[in-house]
Design a binder for this molecule. Structure first.
Ligand code: ADP
Ligand code: MG
Length: 257
């Protein structure tokens, strides 16, 4: 799967922790405006691959490319500056800040307002907003259906809303690719449905590519363009949802058949 214009691509990634090989010659590619899913049993190496892609881990061998540029040895911060955003399996939010304030902070990071952190943490509160900022922030808050709870503190909100806040915050930095770590974990059926709609809208309306690790195989098969299956650190299948569904080795290794 080599595509010169992939937003993010991993080539022949091997990752060893001492004597344990967590990933073995894994290739994965996320083309522009696509949704790519990564599934596999516990211990298959999914989180390790996420770490390698996002820059938290340096692989033993192999290459990570963003838009064709080798970023294998760059920091997570420099990958963010190139357009990568991520969310976490356990949302990392500021419980006392409102929904809207989270998006404002991320918008100011994108638009280089250097005083945000000192203003916030010295108790001066938020610097005054500009109307351009207000417009950008409100557009995102509305796009993710967070308008009705925009002024609520995040600490008072259910997990499903927190995940949407994380997505809104990630989008505010105007990424070209987003990595989502188990976005539906802990959500009920209705929240999962809402999140799936948002993920599809993100690709459609914002032109962002998505790569997500997910335990909900039905969700993955429903919304992904391409699915990669890892087992014991090796990629055992790659294809469209229909191809994955009918792949005998996937059914044996993963779907328990
Ligand atoms: P998954 O996310 O698919 O459940 P992981 O990527 O977390 O799998 O783990 C893959 C394998 O690598 C597991 O056997 C795990 O114990 C091992 N592993 C992951 N991180 C480390 C680490 N920092 N040190 C040693 N072993 C690790
Ligand atoms: Mg994991």
């Amino acid at each position: 799967t080599e595509t010169g214009n992939a937003r993010i691509e991993a080539r022949d990634i091997t990752m060893r922790f001492g004597g344990l090989t967590a990933l073995s010659d894994v290739c994965i590619s996320v083309p522009p405006k696509s949704i790519v899913g990564l599934v596999g049993p516990n211990g298959a190496g999914k989180s390790t691959l996420f770490g390698v892609l996002s820059g938290l881990l340096t692989p033993t061998s192999g290459t990570v490319l963003m838009d064709g540029a080798d970023v294998t040895r760059t920091t997570p911060q420099s990958r963010a500056a190139r357009g990568m955003a991520r969310t976490f399996q356990h949302p990392e939010l500021f419980l006392s800040l409102t929904v809207r304030e989270h998006v404002v902070l991320a918008d100011r990071i994108r638009h280089a307002r250097s005083r945000i952190w000192s203003d916030l943490f010295t108790g001066r509160g938020f610097a005054r907003s500009s109307s351009a900022e207000d417009q950008r922030v409100d557009a995102l808050v509305d796009a993710l259906n967070l308008g009705a709870i925009r002024d609520r503190a995040v600490g008072d909100l259910p997990l499903g809303s927190c995940r949407l806040v994380e997505v809104a915050r990630a989008l505010a930095v105007e990424p070209s690719v987003m990595l989502l770590d188990e976005p539906s974990s802990g959500l009920d059926v209705r929240e999962t449905e809402e999140l799936a709609n948002v993920m599809e809208a993100v690709v459609h309306d914002h032109g962002v590519s998505l790569l997500f690790v997910e335990h909900d195989v039905e969700l993955v098969l429903r919304i992904c363009d391409t699915v990669h299956v890892l087992d014991f650190g090796a990629k055992i299948a790659e294809g469209t949802p229909a191809e994955i569904r009918s792949d005998p080795s996937v059914r044996a290794a993963y779907l328990g058949e």
